[in-house]
Design a protein. Sequence first.
Length: 293
Amino acid sequence: MIRFLVFSDLHYDEVSDGDSRIEEILANAQKKDLDFIVSLGDLCTPIEENRRVLERFESLSIPFYNVIGNHETDKCSLSEISDFYSLNDPYYSVIYNGYKLIFLNTCYLSKEGKEEIFYKKNFKSEDTIYPVVPAEEIQWLQEELDDDMKCIIFSHHSFINDFPKRGVYNRKEICKNFVRKQVLLCLNGHDHGDDYSIADGIPYMTVNSANYAWLGTQIAGSKELQEKYSHLNGMLQYKQAMSAYIEVGESEIKICGMDGEYLSVTPDDIGLSDYRWNGVSIRPQISSHLIKI
């Protein structure tokens, strides 16, 4: 059995209460007998001034695993990111209590047939396809899956969200290698929302942001909303720092999410009464699930 806490998209640098959100996540972690903690990307800008972010999570004296998110690449090169997180490789696997944990890097683009790592928002340039998993990483993943160990796959971008520019573009090529009862669960962040679905017998879950729903495009599309909510910088913050506790046993997986509320402005206030954005639910929650293996 393995027990872990997972969260995503803290965006520590972007908000005034980043430190208190870290402490809330740590307080939730301390209530459980955890084997490790996972951040699904966009934790913070990977610069020296933010070493204290890692130190706080490492203070629990259990492993703290990270995947690379697109916002880590906004200002820093891949080598700088890898140095900050002490990664020998940008994608990697770990064996823990008989399970294989696979941490992917989905922050690549394809342009004119050439694959490149995200850097300084180059994925927004003309004629790019993104996000993609490069051929070299796909080959590595196939080799990792060849041993038939039960595994959990962690990534920043989704392998199930088909909303444009959100899910991994070449996901079909990748997911065809996933075998039911071997790949027990795929977890991702990035979409700042809550989603859960099963495809070919494999559960895919998008873990909500530990901080906010991002609705900048919605606000920017209306002069009235811009005038009223420009101070939000597109962020509708949750009151709670969202995280989920996951317990993986021989016969079932328990995902214990949490319910919360918006800190102030809600999607209703900006005209999204269905609480959906970018293909996922933006209700302030992480849903709970019981998965039979």
